[in-house]
Write a protein that binds this ligand. Structure first.
Ligand SMILES: Cc1cc2nc3c(=O)[nH]c(=O)nc-3n(C[C@H](O)[C@H](O)[C@H](O)COP(=O)(O)OP(=O)(O)OC[C@H]3O[C@@H](n4cnc5c(N)ncnc54)[C@H](O)[C@@H]3O)c2cc1C
Length: 403
């Protein structure tokens, strides 16, 4: 019997993980990527326990840990006083997961190691510089039109996974609404080689609440493995990109975080739009959305890519069930599970995370910081907090969602 052909559109981290999971299950896989090379822009790094279990399932865990940093703790800080408020310890989850820690590995490294892994399967191919421009759904297959180097071609798939990012062509071709909103302020990422751990005593993942301006601060290894820190700040709603990325603004923000830091230590600057959006549908016929094509959220808490990898794994499980005889309502279940979990866990948590850090009212701010101290002091509460923030609870809840 001919193997089922799954075409994955977009070789970002979600598409690559979906392609490996499909290949492991014996599907024929074609991965199509519009870009001519892997995108190295600084985006996701924080990978939670629940997602590490999936990275393990696709055979990448050793390399993933080796190329990143293991972060057992994360901390909340009060930026106004530059003092630590609370520290949470993932080790409290050691009975709940094989990986009671976060791993900070840049997403382009996951893509690169994933492509190497795809090379080990016989019925798998990937093509860079190939953009999907059109799709046509037939009764028992889908025809995709592609463009590569000005050449137009078609490819036939049994099923299509649209993992082509926030501006998804596949979502638009399916006429699916991307419901939600865009925050008025953009987020700035300053990457620095200054050692914040040595200088301030923070850990590899830090969230700073600020009455004037919040910040996030993370360590990654960098391509040279010498270590880099990514500091994320909100731009003012009326601040232009030029102003936000200027030397004066960058220096002010980074010095305000740690006055031992210098402008010279900044090696990369970036600014981007931030959204809270969920696709109205995750599936039309034989075409499914996964990852940023179906949901976007602010990056506080590091959940977007994690959720996308969870989508990919659930989607391949659904296709395995269909191959084994389930009817196509299994794909409706995929949509119901992933959409519900995204709204309940990812949208809700990331919006709350942002509110917690940006609270300006002195009393409300004090209450929020006191609440973090209370959670830190009580191991039952701390474990509940971690179970949710690491998405272990979302994985558990998925099993209870039925049609
Ligand atoms: C600053 C920042 C920090 C973040 N930090 C975290 C974090 O710590 N943890 C976390 O979980 N998430 C984080 N995120 C979110 C994370 O980066 C995204 O969720 C993740 O990139 C989604 O992966 P994806 O594969 O769905 O989409 P993408 O990474 O956007 O990949 C989509 C791919 O599809 C390709 N493509 C697009 N259109 C077509 C087409 N028509 N044909 C073929 N290919 C196409 C694109 O070229 C691209 O390679 C962060 C985001 C930002 C901006």
């Amino acid at each position: 019997m001919k193997p089922i052909h799954v075409v994955v559109v977009g070789a970002g981290p979600v598409g690559v993980v979906a392609a490996i999971a499909a290949a492991q299950q014996g599907f024929k896989v074609t991965l199509l990527e519009a870009g001519t090379e892997v995108d190295h822009n600084p985006r996701a790094a924080t990978t939670h326990c629940s997602t590490l279990e999936f990275i393990d399932q696709v055979g990448l865990i050793d390399e993933f840990i080796q190329q990143g940093l293991v972060a057992r703790y994360f901390q909340f800080w009060d930026r106004d006083t530059r003092s630590k408020v609370a520290e949470f310890d993932h080790d409290l989850l050691s009975n709940d997961t094989k990986f009671p820690f976060v791993v900070q590995t840049e997403q382009h490294k996951l893509v690169l190691m994933g492509l190497k892994r795809l090379d080990t399967f016989p019925d798998v191919s990937y093509q860079f510089g190939t953009r999907v421009t059109h799709l046509e759904q037939k009764v028992d297959h889908v025809v995709l039109t592609t463009e590569a180097n000005g050449q137009i071609d078609t490819i036939t798939a049994d099923y299509v996974i649209g993992s082509d990012g926030g501006k998804s062509t596949i979502r638009k071709l399916l006429n699916i609404e991307f419901e939600g909103y865009t925050w008025p302020e953009r987020f700035i990422v300053l990457t620095s080689v200054h050692d914040f751990e040595e200088s301030m005593g923070c850990c590899y993942r830090n969230y700073f609440a600020g009455s004037q301006e919040w910040a996030n601060l993370f360590k990654v290894t960098g391509d040279d493995y010498k270590g880099r820190w990514r500091a994320v700040f909100p731009a003012r709603a009326d601040e232009s990109d030029e102003e936000a990325l200027s030397n004066a603004s960058a220096e002010k923000r980074i010095l305000d975080l740690d006055n031992a830091c210098t402008l010279d230590s900044i090696v990369h600057r970036n600014i981007y739009n931030v959204h809270q959006r969920v696709a109205q549908k995750f599936r039309v016929g034989r075409v499914m959305l996964a990852g940023d094509s179906s949901h976007l959220n602010n990056p506080i808490g590091g959940l977007g890519l994690n959720c996308g990898i969870h989508d990919a794994m659930e989607l391949i499980d659904s296709l395995v069930d269909i191959r084994a005889g389930a009817d196509d309502r299994r794909l409706d279940l995929y949509e119901k599970r992933r959409k519900t979990l995204n709204v309940q866990f990812i949208q809700e948590q990331t919006i709350n995370n942002k509110k917690r850090l940006e609270e300006k009212d002195p009393l409300a701010r004090k209450n929020r910081l006191d609440e973090l101290k209370k959670i830190e002091a009580d191991h039952v509460l701390q474990k509940q907090f971690l179970f949710k923030s690491s998405l272990l609870q979302s994985v558990q809840s998925a099993r209870n969602i039925t049609l």
